[in-house]
Design a protein around this ligand. Structure first.
Ligand code: APR
Length: 254
């Protein structure tokens, strides 16, 4: 693993445009279960009944049972070493954009500023009828939360069957087309269009570094370096290695 970390550090130190694509696995060490690992959210709630936009419009009270469960863990979650390490890499000018599928705001809480949110953000709610917006924290005591017009509010996250923001897609595809390195962290890469980012980057010559507890459909095909293990451990080890190499003058020679 040490050699792979060294190789990854060199790639990142030499890359002029480095991106990260993250999924729920990056927040598991903050106490937020992912979706498809054993014991994940979809083991408890059938996504067809709880995570589609038609399920929400037809039975919002039922969907809010799952949303309240998620909100309990997300609202108390703090950024872990993976979020903080990626925030440090951004500050060092070595990670330029994060494209995340997560809605927990933990990348921003961990110091990252350039975050493209594919599936929205759960910290705000909207009324589908009168379009009024609210902060989730202001409605936490209401079950389910309602708009002043009386309708049940929807979190500003993308449900299955809803379109990803065209701006988020356009920007992320444009970046993936010119990236020199892409870190794919904590995602099963089964949901499109986010899961097309690695192959777009690969086709344009980027090095693909995958950080995951287990192999995915990318590992044997698109991935160049597979760092197997927990995102928090691996990213903090990678950031330490990059700092050591920088302090030793790596990459500063003209
Ligand atoms: N460190 C690294 N990887 C981890 C860790 C960890 N501590 N814990 C879990 N993982 C990995 C799992 O092995 C899995 O490959 O993270 C991945 C999580 O995959 P999913 O649960 O499928 O989550 P994600 O890929 O983000 O799902 C994409 O699907 O349900 C929708 O909208 C939802 O945004 C979500 C999308």
């Amino acid at each position: 693993m040490k050699n792979l970390i060294n190789e990854t550090a060199e790639i990142i130190l030499n890359s002029k445009l480095t991106l990260a694509l993250t999924g729920a696995g990056v927040s598991v060490e903050s106490g937020i279960p992912d979706f498809r690992s054993a014991g994940g959210l979809w083991a408890k709630y059938n996504p067809a009944e709880y995570a589609t936009i038609s399920a929400f419009t037809e039975r919002p009270e039922k969907v809010w049972e799952m949303l309240r469960d998620m909100d309990k863990v997300v609202s108390g979650a703090r950024p872990n070493k993976a979020h903080i390490g990626m925030g440090e890499l951004e500050k060092m000018g070595l990670l330029h954009h994060i494209i995340t599928q997560n809605v927990d705001n933990l990348h921003q809480d961990g110091g990252s500023k350039n975050v493209i949110e594919y599936h929205g953000n759960a910290s705000t709610l909207s009324c589908l009828w009168c379009k009024k917006g609210y902060k989730s924290e202001d409605k936490r005591k209401e079950h389910p939360p309602k708009c002043q017009c009386g309708k049940i509010l929807k979190p500003d996250v993308i449900f299955f069957g809803e379109a990803i923001s065209a701006q988020a897609m356009e920007r992320s595809f444009q970046l993936a087309g010119s990236a020199e390195a892409l870190m794919v962290v904590g995602t099963s890469a089964v949901v499109s269009p986010a899961n097309t980012i690695p192959s777009i980057a690969k086709q344009n010559g980027a090095k693909i570094i995958e950080i995951n507890k287990e192999r995915t459909s990318l590992t044997g095909s698109v991935t160049d370096i597979f760092l197997k293990g927990s995102a928090g451990e691996i990213i903090s080890e990678l950031v330490d290695r990059i700092k050591d190499m920088r302090n030793a003058g790596y990459g500063t020679s003209l």
